[in-house]
Design a protein around this ligand. Sequence first.
Ligand code: GBH
Length: 485
Amino acid sequence: MLLSFSRRRFAQLLGAATAALPFRGVDALAAAPGDAAVRPLPFPKGFLWGSATASYQVEGAAKEDGRGPSIWDTFSHTAGKTHNGDTGDVADDYYHRYRDDIRLMKDLGLTVCRFSVSWSRIFPDGTGSPNQKGVDFYKQMVDAMLEAGIKPYGTLYHWDLPQTLQDKGGWENRDTAQAFADYAGYVASRLSDRVKHFMTTNEIRSFVELGYREGIHAPGLRLSRAKVTQIAHHAVLGHGLAVQAIRAKAVRDTRVGLAENPTVTNPALETEEHIAAAHKAFREENAMYLSVIMEGRYTDLYLKQLGADAPKFTPEELRTIASPLDFLGINVYAPTYVRADAGERGYVMISPPSSFPKMASPWLTVGPESLYWAPKLIHDLWKVKEMYITENGASSDDVVATDGHVYDTDRVMYLRNYLMHLQRAVSQGVPVKGYFLWSLLDNFEWADGYSKRFGIVYVDFATQKRIPKLSSQFYAEVIRRNGLG
Ligand code: GBH
């Protein structure tokens, strides 16, 4: 059955989940003034609460309405590349069910939603003639968000490169950077009447390194260091060209940024020397992505360390890469820790002990203070005036209990602790304006297929039934109070 929750029905579902639990008293506790045990941790007035998603992970309808194949169609249909041979052919069937899913967002109280546009729905061949049906889908979907009082934040590239462009070398080919800008400008010309915030790319680091170096994401290549650094350069260049194209083609005032996943360099201890090391580490560890985007130059250490494998670039390209942004989005998950060191770099990375706590994904170590240090270090280094947490969330081994609910207490623990550190940052004046939880729905988790669940709403992939988890209730409460505690 296709579930369309009314607000009341949703409240009933959440209520039923609460009633089954021993700690029904949170509301009462928080309401008791002067109770020293439960002090609210407020977020600034107008703080934006949302969820994030990506086209290939949720849409399905892979061959519908003229969509061309992307590298993820090819990759996931290649034997042995994804868990269980899972593909995004159907995913959450969001292409057909978005109205119901947007109603779920509304019932949770979300005021913003981050989505991504599938390049090969708009240009089935990557370049050339646009596909009107693809444009119409995003117009209608965005209108449904606006009708629900939810502001859309659009990402132009969340890893689903048109296959035709990969056939010409993908991001190894500099022309892809220009093709991306042309596509981004076209989308801005069609959607900027209803979408104000655009992000160019999602996680340049991930698609470059996992796709072209590790071979575990599409297009599944394992290229040399020299090739990978050049690919990274083409990708940041594509971002810069897209920033300019979006501004040039938008039909009204837009805000342009990107969603990057910097290596988050938490200080081993919060002391002056380790904090100084964390600043140096943040810049160096992100030299080829955020640092060059923010500074318009590769760091000396980065170029020196690469020697002959350094990327080839022109001063003009560097200026394009560093095109001024209206905001910066960061996706924050696993931490790293650094300590001060007397060597040339001034820091060393600490490898985590094997006992470091993790969520269901083996890479997802739990470091809540990352949501303090990531925006704080960025603010200190580059004085960015507007930031968003464009992704944060966790995988959990969710099970549907005999009463029909999903009690994801570990995800609630994760979210609460990360959000406490975000609250710490914003209460000190770090200008984070909103938070997008990854993700509303369980979805196609790339190489992990459907085996890893990141939703606060459970999806039964056999029936497409949606079941809000305990974490939905937690998040709805955070939004309602605009704070924790
Ligand atoms: C984000 O990536 C993505 O933007 C989003 O699409 C994704 O669904 C979400 O997070 C959850 O994963 O397989 O051990 O080599 C997060 C950063 C970096 C996490 C690469 C997975 C692969 C680790 N990702 N990492 S491993």
